[in-house]
Design a protein around this ligand. Structure first.
Ligand code: PGA
Length: 252
């Protein structure tokens, strides 16, 4: 049985002091009894948010990681650095990174390998554009992204990673994929993982849906067989994030 995971992606929001103020205001409402809850916060807020969350089971993650351990990469943060401060999760290959910062399938794979090397759990984002969906290319695009991202990742590690299916047209737009579109894509991703890495890895890997998830949509999405939680942007910066966290609990 896969444990559900709800990962908040704050993106470039909250200064460190505002971040602490926010987590202090929501932490007691978040129920971590039956699911993993992670807040992926800006690098500069990692330490202070983690301190503020001390005594809870809410975990802190990063939003990106470089693929080299160190060197002349001004402005970047390595897996070695995140590993040393004990960050458990890191988002990799978010569509905003791919589209606005030129990250490619190849560098996503390198980042995944570096994250694993330093004991981090990657949350690997994949997803199609609206044009690709309308052109009937969704599966082809996802298949390619998955093939690249998981290249050379040992099967034993695959079981521990997290994949987030985030259709680009649904991110920050208020337009959520229908439950059947989301479930169909997540099932296809699991199938692909099974083809490459076998059924043990495919049954264990946690696959999330992301894209305008909020308290009104989470319940139905999280009840799907192949959806093991959500990668939640905007709604993870709101006071009622706890409603997303507890969505789907009734069905477990
Ligand atoms: P959203 O963002 O929930 O605000 O659509 C999701 C994401 O970008 O991970």
């Amino acid at each position: 049985m896969r444990k559900m995971i709800i990962a908040g992606n704050w993106k470039m929001n909250f200064t460190p002091s505002k971040a602490v103020e926010f987590v202090n205001s929501i932490k007691n409402s978040i129920d971590t009894d039956k699911r993993d809850v992670v807040l992926c916060v800006p690098y500069v807020a990692i330490q202070s948010v983690r301190d503020a969350l001390g005594g809870t089971h809410i975990q802190v993650g990063a939003q990106n990681v470089h693929y080299m351990d160190d060197g002349a990469y001004t402005g970047e943060i390595s897996g070695a650095m995140l590993g040393e401060i004990g960050v458990p999760y890191v988002v990799i290959g978010h569509s905003e990174r791919r589209e606005k910062f030129g990250e490619s399938d190849t560098t996503v794979n390198l980042r995944v390998l570096n994250a694993i090397k330093h004991g981090l759990i990657p949350i690997i984002c994949v997803g199609e554009t609206l044009k690709q969906r309308k052109g009937g290319r969704t599966f082809e695009v996802l298949r390619k992204q998955i093939n690249f991202a998981l290249d050379e990742v040992p099967a034993a590690q695959i079981a521990k990673i997290v994949i987030a299916y985030e259709p680009i047209w649904a991110i920050g737009t208020g337009e959520v994929a229908t439950t059947s579109q989301a479930e169909e894509a997540c099932a296809m991703i699991r199938e692909r993982v099974s083809e490459i890495h076998g059924s043990y890895a495919a049954n264990a890997v946690r696959i999330l849906y992301g894209g305008s998830v909020d308290p009104s949509t989470a319940e139905e999405l999280f009840a799907q067989q192949n959806i093991d939680g959500g990668l939640v942007g905007g709604a993870s910066t709101k006071q009622d994030f706890y409603k997303v966290v507890k969505a789907g609990l009734c069905c477990e």
